[in-house]
Design a protein. Structure first.
Length: 135
């Protein structure tokens, strides 16, 4: 096998409009394709940031989703690298977004080689924003 790159994450949402607004207005993704597949699912949408894609979709046949839990198997969060985590935090906060997660009472905290913060998208996806590649 010769994997070349990560192509996309698929995120399912029961709050479609809020999720699209979050990924486009807060994180800066571009909506590149939006399909309506009724009755299979209401929306199947592609969002792009650089070369990275998110496939955003609503539930199949209006079946409800179960709530996210960090104890579930599979992907727990996704992380984006930025030049300055503190500045990105302030920018997102200035847009009126309040869904940040705190760690030990801090919203932006130190990590090896820099800083990071976490936020939660409307559908529950946890997103980490960091300015260090050090692990």
């Amino acid at each position: 096998m010769a994997l070349k790159a990560l192509h996309h994450f698929c995120i399912q949402t029961s709050v479609y409009e809020e999720s699209v607004e979050f990924y486009t207005k807060i994180l800066g993704f571009e909506l590149i394709k939006e399909d309506n597949y009724t009755p299979k699912r209401a929306y199947h949408t592609w969002l792009k940031l650089g070369q990275f894609l998110i496939e955003l979709q609503t539930s199949k046949c209006a079946k409800p989703f179960s709530k996210y839990t960090p104890l579930s198997q599979g992907i727990v969060h996704m992380s984006f690298l930025v030049d300055n985590a503190q500045e990105e935090f302030e920018q997102i906060q200035s847009l009126g977004f309040t869904g940040f997660k705190s760690k030990h009472g801090q919203l932006v905290y130190k990590i090896p080689g820099g800083k990071q913060f976490k936020l939660v998208a409307p559908e529950g996806t946890e997103i980490e924003i960091r300015d260090s590649v050090e692990v």
